[in-house]
Design a protein around this ligand. Structure first.
Ligand SMILES: NC(=O)c1ccc[n+]([C@@H]2O[C@H](COP(=O)([O-])OP(=O)(O)OC[C@H]3O[C@@H](n4cnc5c(N)ncnc54)[C@H](OP(=O)(O)O)[C@@H]3O)[C@@H](O)[C@H]2O)c1
Length: 289
């Protein structure tokens, strides 16, 4: 008999909604429900999706007055579950951990925007299923790297395993979308750069020896992120195209596509292939002396 893991998703924004839609399909998981903090259309959507909705205790009456048949309070849901997935806006996970998860002795997975270091660190590791899955087993608190950080790990690790000694450095130009497709946030007509993108430190958390440099730009688009990755090789030279493609032939979650005009095409292909995330990479392989 399969023992179901009872999971509660604390936060029903873009991340929480995507998680809920995949967790309900997982036969080893029982979705306890999702948390809502604001009274808006997303409550209706969650109820229509037949999720149990939990809200702050003092707001139960307010939700019910608006006609939303919520199941109970967030602290009750935390008590009932075996594991919390915290999908709050970044920075809120720390308070949730202190006020809810620690007092109830509940393990939690935090989304990739939370701090890994410093006073408001929520966990002592960033998980990447391709690199450090075993290390996460038995941990009480873990950060799941953000989509960009997870993608970088999934692409870098097979290359490191195959060509490790020959790789001198990775440089990544990261072009970030302004908002998600389903986000109501206004997309500003501006290209912004990030002087200290967190991505390279996050990747070094699970690939400590990576000689990696990331530049990040946010652009007025809702259609996916794009990474341009340069891999430089030293002694032993650069592998050829077939050897590179071969490195990804058995990789779960990495798709190789022969052509695309832009991120719109990549998204279309991702939907066809049933991928949640595709990162399009142009790789330039050189030998440096
Ligand atoms: N979106 C992405 O693709 C993406 C990618 C990488 C990383 N991330 C990280 O994930 C975080 C969440 O992203 P998102 O796009 O899902 O944001 P979002 O759509 O703004 O959702 C955040 C959710 O947090 C809920 N919330 C409010 N107070 C809370 C609390 N105390 N505890 C738990 N949840 C609470 C809000 O609920 P109400 O709506 O009910 O007020 C809201 O739905 C981001 O801040 C970012 O660091 C996101």
């Amino acid at each position: 008999m399969v023992v179901l893991v009872r999971v509660f998703i604390n936060g029903y924004g873009n991340i929480g909604r995507r998680l809920a839609s995949s967790l309900v399909l997982d036969k080893e998981i029982q979705l306890v429900g999702v948390a809502k903090y604001s009274i808006d259309d997303k409550v209706k959507e969650a109820l229509e999706n037949r999720y149990d909705v939990y809200v702050p205790r003092k707001m139960i009456g307010n939700f019910k007055e608006q006609g939303y048949n919520v199941t109970g309070s967030i602290d009750e849901a935390v008590e009932q579950c075996d594991l919390v997935i915290d999908a709050a806006k970044e920075g809120m996970g720390f308070d949730n951990k202190k006020n809810l998860y620690e007092p109830n002795n509940k393990p939690a997975i935090f989304q990739g925007g939370e701090d890994r270091n410093g006073e408001r660190a929520v966990a002592d590791m960033i998980h990447n299923s391709r690199v450090n899955f075993d290390m996460a087993a038995g941990k009480t608190y873990v950060i799941q790297g953000s989509c960009n950080v997870s993608g970088m790990g999934r692409v870098m690790q097979p290359l490191i395993q195959k060509f490790g000694d020959r790789i001198r450095r990775f440089d990544i130009e990261l072009v970030r979308r302004w908002a998600d497709l389903e986000d109501t946030k206004v997309v500003k007509d501006s290209i912004e750069w990030d002087r200290y993108p967190h991505h390279q430190d996050d990747v070094r958390d699970f690939i400590p020896n990576a000689n990696l440099y990331v530049d990040a730009f946010k652009v007025p688009s809702r259609m996916m992120h794009l990474h341009q990755m340069f891999v430089r090789f030293g002694d032993g030279g650069a592998p050829n195209k077939d050897q590179i493609l071969e490195s990804f032939s058995d990789e779960f979650g990495v798709a190789i596509i022969s052509s695309a005009k832009g991120t719109g095409d990549v998204r279309k292909k991702a939907l066809e292939l049933d991928f949640l995330m595709v990162i399009l990479i142009w790789s330039i392989f050189t030998k440096i002396s």
